[in-house]
Design a protein around this ligand. Structure first.
Ligand code: IPE
Ligand code: IPE
Ligand code: MG
Ligand code: MG
Ligand code: MG
Length: 329
């Protein structure tokens, strides 16, 4: 556990060093991801259809945020984990689970950007939901997306599987998961110069605010792939935990090293707001190393999921780990 040195401000405001480009994308992976993203967006579009009782302004705000160009990492993880685990005769469609996790993610972004939270005006390259529709509608669009996520699971699967999926997603999204992490992320802004800014505290924040949902995406993929076996779900949990933490370490790095055109959001905000971040505590170089070693740990968990017939999806998940660490947006 490393306490930050309040007398050494360079620990808090690291110098940008430029983005390292080391993408290992292959044309085959590119086209696989493009196709899956298109399918994900098609299913999201279908879920966000007009109904007589839905106020058009609310639906417009929900569609604006969900269908804006995101990377769709969490639904991709659901789909890939489901493919890794699929037993042909039993597997359920991954789409309800993939959409549910993206809907929760979209709601979390709308609320994360609100003036009472990170107070951001740009998201996915466009004005944030509250800038476009006002705060009240943005809050309510987030609320409605959260409800729609659970409705999608409840209506998309047989009762027992729907119940398991709702439990996994609710735990990850709720007070002990994403929302709890967001509370501590905001509380961390008040700890500037305090000895409570430690790596242990930071890891706990990031594992909850971001890691929990990424981990849940992997577990949901396992559940809908019908691989409801303790050991395999445990491997997916371990994989998702390491990948989720690596993802937020890179998000912190992009706020220091990235630019607005690539990320589609403002950069340099974390240091300005006094957020507790990995580059802030460890510096850029050691944060990069940590992201790489977490990626390796994620791959070690993946090795436990390898079976004679699932080499291709396992290799794709492996490539996705590489993309998460090398990403520039
Ligand atoms: C941004 O998530 C918020 C975090 C949890 C770090 P993403 O980087 O996955 O955002 P989109 O979905 O691609 O916009
Ligand atoms: C956001 O973390 C986590 C959630 C939305 C739950 P950040 O606040 O770092 O995400 P960005 O940088 O605004 O996308
Ligand atoms: Mg935030
Ligand atoms: Mg934010
Ligand atoms: Mg961030």
């Amino acid at each position: 556990v490393t306490a930050i040195d309040p007398d050494n401000p360079t620990q808090i405001r690291p110098e940008p060093t430029g983005i390292r480009s080391e993408s290992l994308r292959t044309p085959a992976l590119e086209s696989y991801l493009r196709d899956r993203r298109q399918e994900i967006e098609h299913h999201l579009d279908q879920l966000l259809h007009p109904e007589p009782d839905i106020p058009p302004s609310l639906l417009e705000a929900m569609r604006y945020s969900v269908l804006a160009p995101g990377k769709r990492l969490r639904p991709l993880l659901v789909v890939l984990a489901a493919e890794v685990c699929a037993r042909q005769e039993q597997a359920e469609s991954p789409w309800p689970a993939a959409c549910a996790v993206e809907l929760i993610h979209a709601y979390s972004l709308i609320h994360d950007d609100l003036p009472a939270m990170d107070d951001d005006d740009l998201r996915r390259g466009q004005p944030t939901c509250h800038k476009k529709f006002g705060e009240a509608l943005a809050i309510l669009a987030g609320d409605a997306l959260q409800a729609l996520a659970f409705q999608t699971l409840a209506e998309g699967y047989p009762p027992a599987l729907a119940g398991s999926c709702c439990g996994v997603l609710a735990r990850a999204a709720g007070a002990a998961g994403m929302v709890g992490g967001q509370v501590e992320d905001l509380a961390g802004e008040q700890l500037q110069g305090s000895t409570e800014r430690t790596l242990a505290v930071l890891e706990g924040v990031h594992l909850r605010k971001t890691g929990a949902l990424i981990q849940a995406a992997c577990v949901l993929g396992g559940l809908v792939g019908a691989m409801n076996e303790k050991n395999r779900l445990e491997a997916l949990r371990g994989f998702g935990r390491c990948l989720g933490l690596a993802f937020q370490v890179v998000d912190d790095l992009l706020d220091v090293e990235g630019n607005c055109d690539q990320t589609g959001k403002r950069v340099g905000k974390d240091a300005a707001r006094g957020k507790l971040t990995y580059p802030g505590l460890l510096g850029v170089g050691r944060s990069r190393e940590l992201a790489r070693s977490l990626a390796q740990e994620a791959r070690d968990h993946l090795a436990h999921l390898r079976l004679p017939h699932n080499g291709t999806p396992v290799a794709r998940l492996d490539d996705l780990v590489t993309l998460v660490v090398a990403r520039e947006n």
